[in-house]
Design a protein around this ligand. Sequence first.
Ligand code: AG3
Length: 277
Amino acid sequence: MDLWFTEKQTPDYGITAKITHTLHTERTEFQDLAMIETVEWGRMLVLDGCVMTTLRDEFVYHEMIAHVALSAHPKPENILVVGGGDGGVMREIIKHHTVKKAVLAEIDGRVIELSKQYLPEIAVALTDPRVDVRVIDGIAHVSDKVDEYDVIIVDSTDPIGPAVGLFAKEFYQAISRALKPDGIFVAQSESPFLHGDLIRRVQSDVADIFPVTKLYLAAIPTYPSGLWSFTIGSKLHDPAVIADQQRTGELQTRYYTPELHAAAFQLPRFVQELTAR
Ligand code: AG3
């Protein structure tokens, strides 16, 4: 049988994958959710028609959103992940032995439950004793906190639907308050090829709030255009510099390396322009 899934990444362009079967589909309280088995990329989680993660390339995104911020921090102990219900970011966070507690604030409990069921390789850490999984609105959680976290990671969907507020300047302000005086914040910030205006706006909003603001890149084949950006805001530490060489050197990873940490901040000229103030 010839079954295909297409994400329309723009009105005029998309990515298509042959699938062997659909494992699950439902309309949750917040979004359309699908688990599908693809031939090329393995099992895939799709939210509102957008590829969230696949078993074959998830390591790139999850390692790069977690290890840059955590390695730039000298002693990351209390961590918050907003979104990230599949658990991939958590799996990477708990590789840092300094971490005492990591809170997951995911608004859609079905993403957590179905990831545990269908993506156990990604969701493994959700049962770790250091991980506190909460089905709550991350925006409300962050607004309640002052001086609480060393690192806050925003693993959101695209800035449409339930994730719009996660790209708002007020949210970045609340994140800054919720962070300790040397805290670091990182968020996925979409594709330089397709979402340049968004990257420009996010960089400028974060730079209004955080003394150090940078952008770094990773290659994620199943995301729109394949080139993906992360915006990082830091109150004190330079996010491009590894704080504890030994801890970072010990990480078991497949994409992230100490050399790549520094290299990821080296931007092509057209991307540099998106970060100019
Ligand atoms: N976060 C989603 C990245 C956005 C992908 N966008 C798209 N396919 N249009 C990924 C969640 C993984 N933990």
